[in-house]
Design a protein around this ligand. Structure first.
Ligand code: C5P
Length: 224
């Protein structure tokens, strides 16, 4: 059976990674969370007090950043490692979420991340989720999905996820962060969040996880 590239883009907390993981498991593909790369870079910038408004400082920092996806117990999934350290948990913190869209708008940061993402897709058999995967990273992907969901649904999902780890978090804070990131991601100059012309829209506000998987598998069948 031929292997393809599947891209999943969309607004924050639409359930992109849930669908991407489901598809990777079902098809025995590799799942790559491109947002984890921007988050890990942001974590490094924060930890090392990098002034990311200074291009030279950004370049020097990127030269020192080594990112790697290492498969974890679930073989279709992986954890992201920043200079040898598993940062899968700290990159989900609000401190990182608050700054990641600013960092992800920087040209040098995007070039660094996109080059690695394209390398990982060379052998196909990959599902990658993000904001610009169907438009910039893999413009020739065989299947492109653009996910949306109602804001209230998205806020609630992300709140539940974050609250499980941090009881101090508030709904308001989560809502503001999602709206801010969506705004910056959609309005930045380089590779803004857009639906690729040939992407299929998937609104999962009222779909169960089984429903969305069944739909997406149908689309996979259609292109195979
Ligand atoms: O997917 P996630 O919400 O973890 O992504 C975090 C942030 O990383 C996004 O809000 C966006 O600013 C950035 N990002 C991006 N391009 C991607 C994936 C993520 O700019 N392909």
């Amino acid at each position: 059976l031929k292997k393809i590239i599947i891209t999943i883009d969309g607004y924050s907390s639409c359930g992109k990674s849930t669908l991407a993981k489901q598809l990777a498991r079902e098809l025995d593909y590799v799942y790559i969370d491109s947002g984890a790369m921007y988050r890990a870079i942001t974590l490094y910038f924060l930890q090392n007090r990098v002034d990311w408004t200074d291009v030279a400082a950004v370049k020097a920092a990127l030269a020192d950043i080594h990112l790697e996806f290492v498969p974890n117990a679930d073989k279709t999934q992986s954890d992201i490692y920043l200079n040898g350290e598993n940062v899968e948990l700290p990159i989900r913190d609000m401190l990182v979420a608050d700054k990641v869209s600013e960092v992800a708008a920087i040209r040098e940061v995007r070039e660094f991340a996109v080059a690695r993402q394209q390398q990982m897709g060379e052998r196909k058999g990959i599902v990658m989720d993000g904001r610009d995967i169907g438009t910039t990273v893999f413009p020739h992907a065989e299947l492109k999905i653009f996910m949306t969901a109602d804001t209230a649904v998205r806020v609630e999902r992300r709140f539940k996820e974050l609250y499980a780890r941090n009881k101090n978090i508030t709904i308001q804070e989560v809502k503001e962060n999602l709206e801010l990131r969506d705004f910056i991601d959609s309005n930045r100059e380089i590779s803004p969040l857009r639906k690729a012309e040939d992407a299929i829209i998937l609104d999962n506000s009222e779909l169960s996880m089984d429903d969305q998987l069944r739909l997406a598998l149908q689309w996979v069948d259609d292109v195979l």
